[in-house]
Design a binder for this molecule. Structure first.
Ligand code: NDP
Length: 249
């Protein structure tokens, strides 16, 4: 594949991401608190998370192990692998979702989304990157790594707090409190958005930007749906709490 072909695929895939964002204003991905019947066969929630996130880890691992990446590109691959190792092999074993299921169609669409995003990023890092050690002295690296690590920590703390709202055998929902929950309903999604903004800034390439567009396409509508769900299920829900961005939105 030539760089021009890869970039053309990125632009098309980015347009599909924007269309998905528009679609998700009307359709709510039916898993977690938004689960409902009528979406075909279902599988265990934990198995679903492992199966749907594994491609993202494995594809980047494949390109990382089979290509001769510069130190900077290797660092990007390792950060990606760090995130997806947690999401695939740790997060599903921590969540307290006993007996819960998710539709196979959600798992299948996430596999497709992950294969393309990881494929574009992995292929770029394996074949077209031109980073040098001076990339570590660019402002985009300094700001990007701060955002990536800061977002990762926010995502981890928030997911930890949400998971521990339940005792191991509980399945209901409570109002989360403390940390960034004071300002927003979904600091875990906020952290993840910051994280991939940082990744795109460090990487400064079209596949990473494309992945950021897709992350926004998935997470912004999910945050607004989570926020509305809280407000409609808890009459005492804090009125000054926003959905995703403190004080703004
Ligand atoms: P949620 O915040 O809906 O749920 C996270 C976990 O906490 C789930 O196990 C959930 O249980 C539980 N939980 C959440 N809120 C409460 C509550 N009020 N009371 C009790 N338990 C609660 O996150 P998502 O499922 O939307 O996302 C999970 C992770 O995956 C996040 O870190 C997110 O950033 C990431 N993600 C990334 C995407 C991407 O495109 N990069 C797309 C989607 C998610 P239950 O499942 O039963 O609701």
């Amino acid at each position: 594949m030539t760089p021009a072909t890869l970039y053309t695929i990125c632009w098309i895939w980015m347009a599909v991401g924007i269309a998905t964002f528009l679609l998700l204003q009307f359709v709510t991905a039916p898993y977690g608190r938004h689960a409902k019947s009528g979406w075909g066969p279902q599988i265990s929630n934990k198995a679903g998370w492992i199966i749907m996130e594994a491609p993202s880890f494995l594809v980047i691992l494949y390109f990382f192990l089979t290509s001769d990446q510069s130190t900077f590109a290797s660092m990007l691959s390792i950060l990606w692998l760090l995130h997806y190792f947690n999401r695939t092999f740790i997060f599903p074993f921590r969540i307290r979702t006993k007996g819960k299921q998710m539709p196979v169609i959600i798992v299948a669409s996430a596999i497709f989304f992950n294969l393309i995003n990881a494929g574009l990023n992995g292929y770029f890092l394996a074949h077209f990157e031109s980073y040098s050690n001076s990339s570590f002295t660019e402002w985009t690296f300094f700001l990007g790594i701060l955002l990536f690590l800061g977002g990762f920590i926010i995502n981890q703390i928030s997911d930890h707090k949400l998971i521990h709202l339940r005792k191991p055998s509980e399945t209901g929902y409570k109002i989360p409190k403390g940390f960034l929950f004071k300002y927003i309903s979904c600091p875990n999604l906020f952290g993840e958005l910051i994280q991939w903004s940082g990744f795109a800034m460090m990487a400064w390439n079209l596949p990473a930007l494309t992945f950021l567009v897709w992350t926004c396409a998935n997470l912004i509508p999910r945050a607004t749906k989570h926020h509305s769900w809280y407000k409609s299920h808890f009459s005492e829900y804090p009125t000054n709490r926003k959905a995703l961005i403190p004080w703004l939105f």
